[in-house]
Design a binder for this molecule. Structure first.
Ligand SMILES: Nc1ncnc2c1ncn2[C@@H]1O[C@H](COP(=O)(O)OP(=O)(O)OP(=O)(O)O)[C@@H](O)[C@H]1O
Ligand SMILES: [Mg+2]
Length: 340
C-alpha cells in the first residue's frame, strides 16, 4: 500500500467495542544497582531504585486497543493479592471496562517480574525474571462465572479477541462458549494463542507467530514456499476464515479462505529495542481495523505499522493513530513502493 492509502486507512479507524477474553498478566519491572556480591551465596545484591508496572498478556492487548481508540472490554481472572487490584487499576485508568474481570481468591494474579540492574560503569541488564503463575486449573465455579460474563460481553461487543498465553483462562469450555455466543450474536472472533490452534475452529482470524505456526504443523517454516504451505495447511486444519502468520523481522503473511494471500515486510528493522508484546499490538490493531470495517489486507498493513512503533520501546508498549500517522509521514515513499 502507498502512504496516502495507509493514511486513509488510519483515518478509517473507529471506536468499536472489542472484548478480550484471556490471560491477564501484570508485568513488573524492578531496576537497581549492584555494588556487592552477597555473603550468603555467590549472587549479586540488587539495591532497588525504581519499580513500575505495566499490563501484560491479554491486558497488553487491552491497553493497545484502548490507545488505538477502541472501547475495550476485559474478560479474565485475577487473584485476591497485591497484583490483582494493581492490574485492574492500570486497565481502568486506560478507560477499559473491567466489569468482566473476576476475582478468584484461590489463584495468584499472573505476574512476571523482571529484575534489571547495572553495576558502576556497566549498562543495565536483566538479572532475573520471576514468574508467578497459576498452579492448578481454574475451579469449575470460576469457569461457570466466566461463562456467565461471556454472554453479556459478547452481546455488547463488535468483535471478540481471545488472548491465550496458556495460563488457564482459555480452556475448551471457555472456547466453546466464545464460539457459541459469537455464532448466536453474529460477532467475529480473532484468536492469538500460544496453544493448539485446532481448538479454535470457526474463528474469523488466527494470528500465530512463526514458532507457534511451526508447533501446530509439526514442521519448520524456512522458505517462502514452506510459508505458503503452512498458511494453507493452517486454514484447512483450523477451519478459520483467515490466518495471519507474524514472522518477526520478516514481517507478516495473510492467508484468506477466499484464496487471497498478502505479505508485508517489517517496516523498522534498524531501531528495534524490545519486541516483547509486538504480537499483542498486532492483534489489537487487526481487531480495531476489522471492527471498523477495514478489509483484512489493509488491517494487516496497519498492524505492521503499529508493531514497527512499539518495538522501539522497552517492554510491552502501545501506540496511537496519531503516532502511526506521524511515523508514516517520516517514511521515504521509495522505501515502501517496492512492496505494494
Ligand atoms: N526484529 C524485528 N524487526 C522489525 N519488526 C519486527 C521485529 N520483531 C517483530 N516485528 C514486528 O512485530 C510483528 C510481530 O512480531 P512477532 O512475530 O515477534 O510476534 P509475537 O512473537 O507474537 O510477539 P509476542 O512476543 O508479543 O507474542 C512482526 O510481524 C513485525 O511486524
Ligand atoms: Mg504472540
Amino acid at each position: 500500500m502507498k502512504i496516502p492509502e495507509l493514511l486513509k486507512a488510519i483515518d478509517g479507524l473507529r471506536s468499536p467495542r472489542v472484548a478480550v477474553v484471556g490471560d491477564l498478566i501484570l508485568d513488573e519491572y524492578i531496576e537497581g544497582e549492584v555494588r556487592r556480591i552477597s555473603r550468603e551465596a555467590p549472587v549479586p545484591i540488587v539495591e532497588q531504585k525504581a519499580r513500575s508496572f505495566k499490563p501484560g498478556g491479554a491486558a497488553n492487548t487491552l491497553a493497545n486497543l484502548a490507545t488505538l481508540g477502541a472501547k475495550a472490554l476485559a474478560v479474565g481472572v485475577v487473584g485476591q493479592d497485591h497484583s490483582g487490584p494493581q492490574l485492574v487499576n492500570l486497565l481502568a485508568h486506560l478507560g477499559i471496562d473491567t466489569e468482566g474481570v473476576l476475582v478468584d481468591p484461590i489463584v495468584p494474579t499472573t505476574t512476571k517480574t523482571r529484575i534489571s540492574a547495572h553495576s558502576r560503569q556497566s549498562v543495565t541488564q536483566q538479572v532475573l525474571r520471576l514468574d508467578q503463575l497459576p498452579q492448578a486449573p481454574l475451579a469449575p465455579s470460576t469457569l461457570e462465572a466466566l461463562s456467565q460474563t461471556l454472554e453479556k460481553v459478547v452481546s455488547e461487543a463488535d468483535l471478540v479477541v481471545i488472548s491465550d498465553y496458556g495460563n488457564g483462562v482459555v480452556v475448551p469450555q471457555i472456547i466453546e462458549q466464545v464460539r457459541h455466543f459469537c455464532q448466536q450474536y453474529a460477532k467475529p472472533w480473532v484468536v492469538d494463542s500460544q496453544e493448539d490452534l485446532r481448538l479454535f475452529r470457526g474463528a474469523a482470524l488466527l494470528t500465530p507467530n512463526k514458532p507457534e505456526a511451526e508447533n501446530n504443523l509439526g514442521a519448520l517454516i524456512q522458505t517462502p514456499s514452506e510459508l505458503l504451505t503452512a498458511g494453507q495447511t493452517l486454514l484447512e486444519m483450523t477451519g478459520a476464515e483467515a490466518v495471519l502468520i507474524t514472522c518477526g523481522d520478516e514481517g507478516m503473511s495473510l492467508f484468506e479462505r477466499t484464496g487471497t494471500i498478502s505479505h508485508v515486510p517489517a517496516l523498522n528493522k534498524t531501531e528495534v529495542f524490545d519486541v516483547t508484546g509486538a504480537g499483542d499490538t498486532v492483534v489489537a490493531t487487526l481487531a480495531t481495523a476489522m471492527a471498523s470495517g477495514s478489509p483484512l489486507p489493509e488491517a494487516m498493513q496497519l498492524a505492521n505499522l503499529a508493531a514497527s512503533i512499539v518495538i522501539r520501546r522497552l517492554g510491552s508498549s502501545t501506540t496511537t493513530p496519531a503516532e502511526m500517522r506521524e511515523t508514516l509521514l517520516q517514511f521515504n515513499p521509495k522505501e515502501m513502493a517496492p512492496h505494494d
